[in-house]
Design a protein around this ligand. Structure first.
Ligand code: ATP
Ligand code: MG
Ligand code: MG
Ligand code: MG
Length: 461
């Protein structure tokens, strides 16, 4: 089944259950300061769950554009993580609850008329204390005990880890559905969240029951497509493989999935898609928040290209392939190809201008560290690499991790802060990209006062 067909089938199925089909929210929801990018389908419905808006519907279904910066380092490494991906969701606002959510997910996945997945390939997890969900999977669905696993907060409470650690907001226990692959591993395809609480403040009394019991579910479009298409990674499904092939063409290498270059091409594919969708929404590479993430993604992809011997901008050439692969659901991408390509190319140019020096310096640094038996990249060096060569600290951290070095984040922040003071706020960025671009940017934007967008705060889930 083609990815486009799967998306449509899902929405159609839930329409037959009385859900109203709603459009995707934007990828960068400036109306919601608590996230940089939309992390999940439920994000646009937070106020609905809190009972803050008057509803003219109590059941909805969407296909939501999502981006998770927390997954950047998974991309290319795991078979099933992207930064940008699509999440299919069905939602109940005080209407249907666990019994229906579970039964309908099962029906959609296994019924002949819908996905016709072999039920023997599916297993589920439930939150450890959720006897109700356990009972439904066992009694109504008929799953044997050994395919219903009880898990703790880290896995089966959404969003994020333990109730004591997760962010404030609507949340609840969840039940995840896994598909068993031929290689013996299991891939999570769908998460059913029983949204019952509003988390406010610290435990133990921080879980306040919501005015009503709700359902929020998220099924990964690309993951489910890869299961249905029997391919070994999401990147080989019909809507992504053409971009991978276009990347191989543009870079001028053969795509060998198991090789280092294979991993690089998948990352380039992911980042090209994420950047095309973000820039389409006018989120340009820049110095903070979502813009900084876009910059980081472009620079990460440029580094991959550099490691495959490219010395000229290339990523922007993939924008038409992204638009083409996404045209059924997102025809609007086709209208901004020129603008989006230009923005990416100019950011690429800027980084290509300094990357040679940066890579040389990084090589030296790692050598020095080896000689001195050092294990942590000093924050001061990282700050210098950023200010002089435009190397984002997260990128350096990734390169360092490949050599088993850790990264001194507090030291890095201190050094950047000192640098900003010493050179006058605003000047740090002047060295980050090409002089012309940065000058334009410096004039356009507020002064640089230090990074607040590290992995921790940029993580959206
Ligand atoms: P995982 O444990 O694999 O990281 P998750 O538990 O973080 O996934 P959820 O937050 O439950 O994911 O999101 C709902 C669904 O969205 C998942 O079951 C999966 O199918 C899909 N999904 C989540 N993260 C990604 C991603 N980075 N790329 C592609 N699909 C994803
Ligand atoms: Mg995850
Ligand atoms: Mg999970
Ligand atoms: Mg999950």
């Amino acid at each position: 089944m083609k990815t486009d067909e799967l998306r449509e089938k899902y929405l159609e199925f839930f329409e037959t259950k009385g859900c109203v089909r709603k459009p995707s929210d934007v990828l960068v929801p400036t109306w919601d300061p608590s996230v940089l990018f939309t992390p999940a389908g439920m994000n646009q419905f937070k106020d609905h769950f809190l009972g803050k808006v008057k509803l003219d519907f109590t059941r909805a279904t969407t296909c939501q554009k999502c981006l998770r910066t927390g997954d950047i380092d998974n991309v290319g490494r795991t078979a099933y993580h992207h930064t940008f991906f699509e999440m299919l969701g069905n939602f109940s606002f005080g209407d249907y609850f666990k019994k229906e959510a579970i039964a309908w997910a099962w029906e959609f996945l296994t019924a002949k008329k819908w996905l016709a997945i072999d039920p023997a390939k599916l297993s589920v997890t439930v939150y450890k204390d959720d006897d109700e969900a356990y009972g439904i999977w066992k009694e109504s669905i008929g799953l044997p005990d050994d395919r219903i696993v009880r898990m703790d907060e880290d896995e089966n409470f959404w969003p994020a880890s333990a109730p004591s650690e997760g962010p404030d907001g609507v949340c609840g226990p969840c039940s995840e559905i896994y598909y068993h692959l031929d290689d013996g591993s299991d891939v999570e395809i769908w998460n059913l969240v029983f949204t019952q609480f509003n988390r406010v403040g610290d435990p133990p009394d921080n879980l306040k029951p919501l005015p009503s019991q709700n359902i929020d579910t998220g099924m990964g479009l690309e993951r489910t497509a890869s299961v249905l298409q029997g391919v070994s990674t999401n990147f080989h499904i019909d809507s992504l493989r053409p971009i991978v092939d276009a990347a191989a063409d543009v870079v001028g290498v053969h795509y060998d999935p198991g090789s280092d270059n294979g991993r690089r091409l998948r990352r380039i594919t992911d980042h090209a898609r994420a950047c095309a969708f973000s820039i389409h929404e006018n989120v340009y590479p820049g110095r903070d928040k979502a813009k900084y993430v876009v910059r980081r993604l472009i620079r990460r992809a440029v580094l991959d290209g550099y490691q495959m011997d490219l010395r000229e901008p290339f990523l922007h050439k993939l924008v038409p392939a992204v638009a083409q692969a996404s045209q059924t659901a997102y025809p609007e991408l086709g209208e901004t190809i020129a603008r989006v390509s230009e923005v990416i190319e100019s950011e690429e140019k800027a980084f290509f201008g300094t990357i040679d020096g940066g890579m040389k310096r990084i090589g030296q640094l790692f050598e020095e560290m080896n000689e001195e038996d050092a294990v942590m990249v000093p924050g001061k060096e990282a700050a210098e690499l950023n200010t002089t060569y435009g190397v984002p600290p997260e990128l350096l951290q990734t390169l360092a991790a490949e050599k088993n070095f850790t990264f001194d984040w507090p030291g890095y922040r201190d050094a950047m802060h000192e640098h900003a003071i010493a050179s006058g706020a605003g000047q740090v960025e002047l060295f980050q990209t090409g002089p012309l671009e940065t000058l334009k940017e410096a004039l356009r934007e507020t002064p640089f006062v230090g990074y607040d967008t590290t992995e921790a705060t940029a993580t959206v889930k």
